[in-house]
Design a protein around this ligand. Structure first.
Ligand SMILES: O=C(O)CCC(=O)C(=O)O
Ligand SMILES: [Fe+2]
Length: 337
């Protein structure tokens, strides 16, 4: 089912064709996924396999979480720095613009901040970087629900990787076997903001950036503002607004690790959250609150994020050196604080 995104058509991919379809539907789904991801850096997916009511519930919890008192949030504050993020990060804590400028080695534009607070959660069995849970008195039922939502996302992310392995004719488990315990679930809250403040240029909801992991699965409850770099544009300066066709649509993007593993065959999708299309030309007005949920499927910490043997170019070799995922993430994250 094609859907319009500005002048560019991005197919909406029905993932149930992969999980429940015939042999030919499965193959077609894998190809659509690979083509959308390799052309645009992202794909639009429906019927991901997460029940709609769980997505609704997760957004309700996100709403409750960010409405907790400042004290309750501060008790579970993330310690800013290069270690995997856990707990609550205050408005503007992470600077996505520095994350990007450090990668492409452009000069950091000072004072560019993100008008966003967020919550990060790791794998339950991660004893090195344990989760920081709010108390049951502050938010009832949050922990068991979020633990089970994380597990559902983990299962879907492995199915998506399996589909990519098939589409790219990789040996089974090439990608899946490299994922274990380091993925992260994030909830973002963007408070209401004046259009004027966004247009002025020092604040964005989130500045253009790449995610660090392998793949990101994102839900935005149908709200707009998310944009991906338009790669079909010759100077690469324009962005494609992504307005979901339903509140359950999942936006899938390629992140830095998969770009490295595939030696740039699947380049990461540059994205940002900014003024929604209907307010682009406005000089006045307030953009309402926005919530999003992102599951960052990440490589196992000890796994190399260097080019995988099957992607090493026969003449030019590997573009990306062997370095563990933990070292890589830490070197990247320290630029964002
Ligand atoms: O809120 C969104 O739509 C995108 C969030 C995002 O890019 C991120 O958390 O890395
Ligand atoms: Fe992102």
């Amino acid at each position: 089912m094609p859907s319009a995104v500005g002048p560019i058509f991005i197919p909406t991919i029905d993932f149930s064709k992969f999980t429940q379809g015939s042999v030919s539907e499965r193959a077609e789904c894998c190809e659509l996924l690979r083509d959308s991801l390799s052309t645009h850096g992202f794909a639009r997916v429906i019927n991901s396999g997460i029940p709609d009511e769980d997505i609704d519930r997760c957004f309700q919890f996100a709403d409750e979480f960010f409405q907790m008192t400042l004290d309750a949030k501060q008790r579970i504050a993330n310690v800013a720095g290069p270690t995997p993020q856990r707990g609550w990060s205050h408005l503007g804590a992470e600077r996505s613009s520095s994350l990007y400028s450090s990668l492409v080695k452009t000069k950091v534009v000072n004072q560019r901040s993100d008008s966003r607070e967020h919550w990060d959660q790791g794998h339950e069995e991660d004893t090195i970087f344990p989760n920081k849970w709010p108390s049951e008195d502050d938010i009832i039922g949050f922990r068991p629900f979020m633990q089970s939502f994380y597990k559902s996302c983990e299962g879907i992310s492995l199915q998506l990787l399996e589909a990519l392995e098939l589409a790219m004719e990789l040996s089974p488990m090439t990608l899946q076997s490299r994922i274990h315990n380091a993925s992260e679930l994030r909830m973002n809250h963007y408070p209401p903001i004046n259009v004027k403040s966004l247009h002025e240029g020092s604040i964005s909801r989130i500045w253009p950036h790449f995610d660090l992991g392998v793949l990101t699965m994102l839900w935005t409850a149908g709200s707009s503002g998310l944009e991906f770099q338009n790669r079909l544009d010759t100077d690469g300066k324009s962005f494609i607004p992504v307005v979901p066709i339903s509140q359950y649509e999942m936006i899938l993007n390629i992140s830095e690790t998969l770009q490295r593993w595939t030696n740039d065959v699947l380049p990461a999708g540059l994205h940002q959250v900014t003024t929604p299309p209907n307010l682009k030309g406005a000089s006045e007005g307030v953009i309402p609150d926005r919530l999003s949920i992102a599951y960052f499927c990440k490589a196992n910490r000890e796994t190399s994020v260097g080019t995988l043997p099957s992607f090493v170019h026969p003449v030019e070799g590997a573009k990306y050196e062997d370095i563990t995922a933990l070292e890589y993430h830490q070197s990247r994250l320290k630029t964002a604080y």
